[in-house]
Design a binder for this molecule. Structure first.
Ligand code: C2G
Length: 131
């Protein structure tokens, strides 16, 4: 029996890499089930991010992971509270580049920030491809 029943995390997961994978696996190790909200292309535009891989493909890759139970769409900043309530999540987890940014969710579930995997990011991959 793991500490939590259902965890949820949010992200773009563009050009899926081992930093994304390790984070999802570590969250999955804390809960019986892991739900992942993948940012839609429209929401990424709001985040000021231009995705290389379209939403449907990014979602399909994340959903295929053994440690992921369900994928939902992330369309805005405001949906986290209702997502946590509607899906009965008892854990919200993110990489620690978001440290403190979602503490308001502590009213609804536990909130943890896990260390990022150093030395890899989608931004760096894009830069290397341009060289
Ligand atoms: N991540 C990581 N290590 C890396 C790169 C990313 O642990 N080397 C983590 C991030 O901390 C994040 C997750 O992987 O928790 C997804 O990262 P992104 O796809 O960059 O997502 P982001 O743009 O941070 O979107 O509402 C929240 C946003 O949707 C988060």
């Amino acid at each position: 029996m793991k500490k939590y029943k259902r965890a949820i995390t949010y992200g773009t997961y563009d050009l899926f890499h081992v930093g994304h994978l390790r984070l999802l696996k570590r969250i999955a190790d804390m809960a019986d089930e892991l739900y992942v909200a993948v940012s839609s292309d429209e929401f990424n535009a709001l985040k000021g991010k231009v995705c290389i891989i379209p939403f449907e493909d990014r979602a399909e890759i994340v959903k295929a992971l053994a440690c992921v139970k369900k994928v939902i769409r992330e369309d805005n900043w405001e949906q986290k509270i209702s997502d946590i309530k509607d899906n009965h999540c008892d854990l919200f987890a993110m990489g620690d580049d978001w440290e403190g940014k979602f503490d308001f969710l502590k009213e609804y579930c536990d909130v943890v920030y896990l260390p990022r995997t150093p030395g890899i990011s989608t931004t760096d991959i894009k830069k290397n491809l341009k060289k």
